[in-house]
Ligand binder design. Structure first.
Ligand SMILES: NC(=O)c1ccc[n+]([C@@H]2O[C@H](COP(=O)([O-])OP(=O)(O)OC[C@H]3O[C@@H](n4cnc5c(N)ncnc54)[C@H](O)[C@@H]3O)[C@@H](O)[C@H]2O)c1
Length: 314
């Protein structure tokens, strides 16, 4: 098949590109290499066409028309909760108007399906764990709002224009290539500090939990969604909740280093606990995560250690 991966130079998108290539699909990456995102030109493998363009650009219509993709994986986004709170206009511009541009062009180019990167942020305040697809969505940030609104547009484009979709609501994705300077990737942020032999900051009391899912398992969900999950929304996580303190202890074991901890305030809007029920994805996408948290953290640690300048690794 022929695929366009928007945001394919980024952390998750580039692993999806790898997974599609490994199956023999032809892939084009469309990415603006946004300055606050995790996108890197170097993440796009040889043999993959790369178009440096914003998803809001009218020019993407020509790219879609000429490449004629069967499937579009839409992973380009303004992905920062903090930026969305500071600048909701920009957030909506990229995450809603950019999405509509992609969907319009997909319809014109007779694309069969769009796979969309949605988020646990669409749930916002959570009253009961675990979260599943029937949990009410009450987003508390502009980012969560635009991701939820995007899901409604997907439904509209399917119902009115016949464009199929699958939306994957990711938990906290981690793994190689995650931007350690970003706000969400606590595992990569910690690993960078461990490797630089620096102290780490743990906000709140560190007992807040999240559902951490390894990026290659997320890429596998994007493979499963090529043929399954028509017109549906899925929680993509592990079903396991892990605290920040547990992550810290696991990294002490992996690295043999015990960095000093300073404690920060609870970040505004931070949820106490997040845990997914992934039964629907297991049943309908026939997908289950294959990587344990510890194995995924070890692989991520090894990746970042290999990136370090030689003299910095002791
Ligand atoms: N990382 C997570 O835990 C997580 C969780 C839930 C959902 N998501 C979603 O998954 C997707 C990928 O996130 P990521 O963590 O890989 O982030 P990332 O920043 O590494 O990747 C996003 C990519 O999109 C590109 N991009 C941003 N704005 C663009 C624009 N206007 N036009 C074209 N390209 C643009 C960036 O350059 C980057 O390469 C996003 O949609 C994000 O909202 C991520």
């Amino acid at each position: 098949m022929r695929m366009i991966v928007t945001g394919g130079a980024g952390f998750i998108g580039s692993h999806i590109v790898d997974a599609y290539l490994a199956l023999g699909h032809e892939v084009l990456v469309l990415d603006s290499l946004w300055e606050h995102g995790g996108g890197r030109r170097a993440n796009v493998p040889q043999g993959v066409s790369f178009v440096h363009m914003d998803v809001r650009d009218a020019g993407i219509e020509r790219i879609f028309r000429e490449f004629k993709p069967d499937v579009v994986s839409h992973h380009a986004a303004q992905h920062s909760v903090a930026i969305s709170s500071r600048d909701p206009h920009f957030d909506a511009d990229v995450n809603v108007l950019g999405l509509i541009n992609v969907l319009d062009c997909a319809v014109k180019a007779s694309v069969r399906k769009v796979i969309f990167a949605s988020s646990a942020a669409t749930f916002g305040e959570i009253e009961r764990l675990p979260i599943d697809e029937s949990t009410p969505q009450r987003p508390t940030s502009p980012y969560g709002i635009t991701k939820m609104v995007a899901e409604h547009y997907l439904r509209f484009f399917k119902n009115e224009k016949g464009l199929d979709f699958t939306a994957l609501r990711y938990g906290n994705v981690f793994g190689p290539r995650q931007d350690p300077n970003g706000e969400a990737g606590v595992i990569s942020i910690f690993i960078a500090k461990f490797l630089q032999k620096q102290g780490v900051r743990i906000d709140w009391d560190g007992e807040q939990t999240r559902d951490y899912v390894y990026v290659k398992d997320v890429a596998a969900a994007n493979v499963a969604a090529l043929e399954r999950g028509s017109g549906s929304f899925y929680c993509i996580g592990t079903g396991v909740k892990t605290s920040v303190n547990q992550l810290y202890k696991a990294l002490v074991k992996i690295s043999g280093f015990e960095p000093p901890i300073t404690h920060g305030e609870r970040r505004s809007g931070d949820a106490r606990a997040v845990q997914y029920n992934i039964a629907l994805a297991a049943k309908e996408l026939q997908w289950k995560p294959q990587t344990s948290l510890v194995d995924g953290m070890q692989a991520t640690y090894d990746y970042f250690a290999a990136q370090q300048p030689k003299e910095a690794v002791s």
